[in-house]
Ligand binder design. Sequence first.
Ligand code: ADP
Ligand code: ASP
Ligand code: MG
Length: 405
Amino acid sequence: MTRIVQKYGGTSVGDIDRIKRVAARVREGHDAGNEIVVVVSARSGVTNELIGRALAINPVPEDREMDMLLAVGEQETIALMAMALHALGVPAVSRTGSQAGIVTDPAHTRARIVKIDTQRIEDSLKKGEVVIVAGFQGTDGQENITTFGRGGSDLTAVALAAALKADLCQIFTDVEGVYTADPRVVADARKISEISYDEMLELASLGSKVMQARSVEFAKKFGVMFEVRSSFNQKPGTIVKKEVKSMEDVVVRGVAVDKDQAKVMVSQVVDKPGSAARIFQALGDAGVSVDMIVQNVGRNGVANLTFTVPRNDSLRAERTVKDLLDDDGGGEVEIFDSIAKLSVVGIGMRSHSGVAAILFSALANAGVNIQLISTSEIKISVVIDLDAAEIAARTVHSAFNLAGA
Ligand code: ADP
Ligand code: ASP
Ligand code: MG
């Protein structure tokens, strides 16, 4: 008997017909004698709609109430999916995150899973039931609902696969796997058959929202191999797994674009030891995560500091830095919202030189100006104008020959 965790994303359960189609697919697996746990997302658009309503009532809703609200989306889907399976004669039971035993820390809207008590799921599986679990949510152990951040149903699936020692973890979505770039932006992007955790983690963290970054981190930590594949056909997808030697043969695995960033420029900061420390300490205390920091050489006793933050945090970042500068002898803060971060990722970069040169000349040839650069062992990121993001993605994708590789 094979134990399978299957996750179906928002588009895959987007309407009644699609829910019925997923149920039929689950029935096939169940009839073949497998133990199946199904994780579902909210129908596509529902989470955004709920967020819109919250913000229309209160522009700064409390995180606890936000979780209470957003968990509703997944709760609708589990019930409908159970009903669809019952209609096909398949024994099935729906469970919220809490009922599935998923216990988290109390960090509302970005909770981390601390343990999963699998007893109830195990009991259902023993009885031959399909268990349908609401993705994206858990409980803090004090009967408060918590959620895992956008795209968090992926984390539910990977974590359940680990806790239940599943033989297979399948992430069903609206594309056929992980591609060399977002196939909706780069028409000739190619499906990747196997990718390492590290590459998948970089792509996800750098804007490829096909997998939630935290779910990949979790999968790497607990060695959960998983497959990303289409819910609309039977084609094999992309296997995400531990690095194997041959993966290094490919220098650049993929291109990611993140359009949800903002650039913060702090100018005329007093150039003395501790200035940067104070700014980043204050930002850290305010819960703003900072990326791509560049400081120029100080002149006449002042320096400029530029960095990127998630666009949602840009006002908080501006306020935090302004308050600090006012107390600290002056300086200016400016926010630039219309930027994008483009990155190339590949573990093969560790042993190859020249990647930066290809990237920069491709952008130059396309007339795209580079505002900031950062590198790590397996990625190079640049900040560019938001309007240039798509053309830059296509240009860079073809400069590295990713369609034909
Ligand atoms: P789900 O609702 O199933 O979780 P998501 O919308 O979260 O699906 O993720 C799937 C989407 O991710 C695709 O529709 C695609 O546009 C986007 N995407 C971005 N980068 C990539 C990539 N490199 N490979 C595949 N899909 C990508
Ligand atoms: N419904 C949540 C979201 O839209 C979680 C998910 O879909 O994975 O972010
Ligand atoms: Mg998703």
